[in-house]
Write a protein that binds this ligand. Structure first.
Ligand code: MOS
Length: 736
């Protein structure tokens, strides 16, 4: 799309984002960067065993360190009302009852928190805290523990998969994916300050300030409005900020104990076990088709890892019911408890895992049937209606994504036989896969403050985790008012602003767009009400009839009489005009099903001597309804594609069964793609508005960028080498 082709220029680059200049010049403040008077620092101490019970904790040496202000352990905990007893802990559904239990569930689990004047004092003192444990047998090996849990039905069966026995061709195979870690660039951090006994202020890294508010209001038994959460800049999330994690609670407990503002920032190694991860998974697929390629049915079994203190089910087989039509379908799932922290949603959660297995199996089947993988998919897409609910799709252009992507990558150059693909030490291969995601929408609110000079400030509590929510809101406000973008300011990521859902599940823009449109309509009506004093006809104005410009308004049925903002403001003695409106899904969800979709195409080069896989080209075409900001959308898709390369080739949260430890809990040991590993991602959009999902017609894009990418790469590797690799990541040792 030319996004990366443009020469880098600070001014044009910044134009793409309302927060661009602040971000690239260091002006944007992330949670840990706020200056707060009297701030002190907290450092977590982690358990050195993976399973067992704490017998005692020795904090004496740590207490002697100059500058230490306090130490929290489960023995001296400041009481969190919502964790006062076992029952309340269960009710709170917070997850790990940090400092409210002597049980150890995973290595690195916080057992103490040291608060000191400086980060250095706190870090040193934390190193002096020791503990004795009664160790239990630990289980961290996901594949070793697989057999210990039984599958149960995941949704209703369709037809009878016994029909697979009569299919012309079947594939039956197992797929394993290692756990992956979000690792946003900005580490999770909280600054907590108790303004009064029941009033709390937080600077916090998260993906939803209202969710943080609600969580702590419940735990501390204080009104939601007594908690202010500021998350104005968020340096990536990928799902790690969709929950409220124990470290944030620890920070708040510390602030209460020392009666001062406290900052707690996770270290990079702590990030690996503190804020969730994509769990390890196992899948088995049985897929069959008739000789003409029509699918007979699918049997999809899936298990994913979880912790011993919470059950996290990824929903791996959800996508099995979304893309293709299967007359016969059976899905089963289970979770496997491990001595690890609880996993969570990570970009394309569940679907991108399930999709890898399905799209790999379909590719494998295409070779058996001797049908082009594109043709096989086209024959079986559920294009008319959602295969499970039976509701017609509002819009579904997955077939157009495939057609466009095939053109872009020159699919006709692909040779079906891998022996034809040799070029010196390298084998060339093409692969493709598709992905889809239920396109959601939540209820969100937006506010607008308007000044006499026509300047608008559009506000929402929603965070922008780097997706371009701000620029998209600006574009929608501009489109619906006609006011120049330079006169539209955006404020977000603060719980004092109009409430909004968390930014996740590709729901952000889908939710907030409608709220901006609703707020603009409210603003127009408010302006019309004031204008009525100058022209009676304005009394009957509807929002749709009112036109705005940089300087004033006009109204069709009042002979388009222009009334300037200046005269409106002066006649009515106005200061700042304020409106707030909310908007959410209506009855359309009873009539239609909604999905975003994508097709991913990959050209690889595989070195037969070293097993090195080079991604030569990666094309990603998606249907996200109307594209509101092309640059932000393309940025989302190329970022997701790079995440897909990581999933396919590199990312792996390995565990050491002997020690119960995570292996490689830093950027030296946990590999993900750098520039040399990724080509310029070629991004395109279908860009057709969905008329029913929301006023702006956009469907979420965050997830579909990564759903299918790994399969496209694995399928290209097969096309190049003839080696079917079903375990991710596909490291060189597996290729050889
Ligand atoms: Mo994402 S897993 O929707 O932050």
């Amino acid at each position: 799309m030319g996004f990366f082709d443009e020469p880098f220029d600070l001014t044009t680059a910044a134009e793409g984002r309302v927060e661009g200049i602040a971000k690239v010049t260091g002006g944007g403040k992330y949670a840990a960067e706020y200056k707060v008077n009297g701030l002190c620092h907290a450092v977590l101490v982690g358990s050195t065993v993976a399973a067992g019970t704490i017998l005692n904790i020795n904090t004496n040496n740590a207490k002697q360190v100059a500058g230490v202000l306090g130490i929290i352990t489960h023995l001296q905990k400041p009481l969190v009302p919502g964790m006062a007893n076992e029952e309340k802990i269960k009710e709170a559904r917070f997850g790990l009852p940090i400092f409210h239990t002597d049980k150890i569930y995973f290595k690195g689990q916080p057992i103490a928190l040291v608060i000191a004047e400086t980060l250095e004092d706190a870090t040193y003192a934390a190193s002096l805290v020791t503990a004795e444990y009664k160790e239990d047998t630990k289980i961290v090996d996901f594949n070793g523990a697989l057999a210990s849990v039984s599958l149960t039905p995941a949704g209703k069966d369709r037809g009878d998969i016994a029909a697979l026995n009569n299919a012309a061709q079947t594939i039956e195979a197992e797929y394993n994916i290692k756990a992956e870690v979000h690792n946003p660039m900005e580490m999770h951090a909280t600054i907590a300050e108790w303004i009064a006994d029941d009033k709390l202020k937080l600077f916090d890294k998260n993906q939803g300030v209202n969710n943080v508010q609600r969580t702590f209001a419940k735990l501390f038994n204080i009104p939601v409005d007594n908690i202010e959460v500021i998350s104005e800049f968020v340096g990536g999330g990928f799902g790690s900020g969709l929950r409220v994690w124990p470290h944030a609670l620890a920070c708040i407990m510390a602030a209460k104990l020392v009666k001062r503002p406290v900052k707690l920032m996770l270290t990079r190694p702590q990030m690996f076990h503190s804020v969730g991860y994509r769990p390890a998974s196992w899948q088995k697929i049985k897929l069959g088709a008739n000789a003409d390629g029509k699918f007979v049915g699918i049997h999809h079994q899936a298990k994913n890892g979880t912790s011993f203190y919470e059950n996290f089910n990824e929903g791996i087989t959800r996508v099995t019911r979304l893309i293709y039509h299967f007359d016969n379908l059976k899905a089963e799932a289970a979770t496997v408890p491990l001595n690890l922290s609880t996993p969570t949603w990570m970009r394309g959660p569940g679907d991108c895992t399930g999709d890898f297995a399905i799209e790999s199996a379909i590719d494998e089947l295409s070779y058996k049937l001797n049908i082009d993988p594109i043709d096989l998919r086209m024959k079986n897409l559920a294009l008319a209606k959602h295969p499970d609910s039976g509701l017609p799709w509002s819009t579904n252009y997955i077939n157009e994504c495939i057609e466009k992507g095939a053109q872009m990558i020159n699919w006709k150059d692909r040779k079906a036989t891998h022996s034809q693909n040799v070029n010196g030490d390298w084998s060339i291969g093409y692969g493709m896969a598709v992905g889809a995601w239920n396109a959601g929408r939540g209820t969100a609110s937006a506010g607008i403050q308007m000044q006499k000079d026509g300047t608008l400030t559009v506000q929402t509590a929603m965070t922008d985790i780097g997706t371009g929510t701000g620029i998209s809101m600006q574009n929608i406000a501009h489109e619906s008012t006609g006011i120049s973008k330079s006169k539209i300011k955006i404020e977000l990521g603060n719980s004092n602003l109009p409430p909004a859902p968390s930014q996740g599940g590709s729901n952000g823009l889908s939710s907030i767009g409608g709220a901006v449109v609703a707020a603009v309509a409210a603003l127009k009506l408010k302006l019309a009400a004031y204008a009525a004093s100058q022209n009676e006809a304005y009394k009957n104005a509807t929002a749709a009839d009112i036109l705005m410009s940089d300087n004033g308004i006009s109204f069709k049925t009042a002979n388009n009489q222009f009334i300037s903002f200046t005269s409106l403001w002066e006649k009515n003695k106005l200061a700042i005009l304020e409106v707030e409106a909310s908007s959410g899904p209506g009855t359309e969800r009873q009539k239609y099903a909604f999905c975003s979709s994508a097709a991913h195409f990959c050209k690889v080069r595989v070195n037969r001597k070293t097993g090195k896989v080079k991604i030569e080209r990666l094309v990603t075409v998606s249907d996200g309804g109307k594209i509101i900001s092309e640059k932000a959308a393309a940025n989302q898709m190329s970022g997701a594609a790079v995440g897909g390369i990581g999933m396919a080739l590199m990312e792996e949260q390995a565990t050491d069964e002997r020690l119960g430890t995570l292996v490689g809990n830093d950027f030296a040991g946990y590999h993900f793609p750098v520039n040399a590993d990724a080509p310029i991602i070629e991004v395109a959009f279908i860009n057709k508005p969905d008329p029913n999902i929301n006023p702006q017609g956009s469907k979420g894009l965050g997830e579909v960028g990564i759903i299918g990418t790994a399969a496209a790469i694995a399928n290209a590797i097969y096309n190049a080498t003839g080696k079917r690799l079903r375990d991710l990541p596909i490291t060189p040792d597996k290729v050889l």
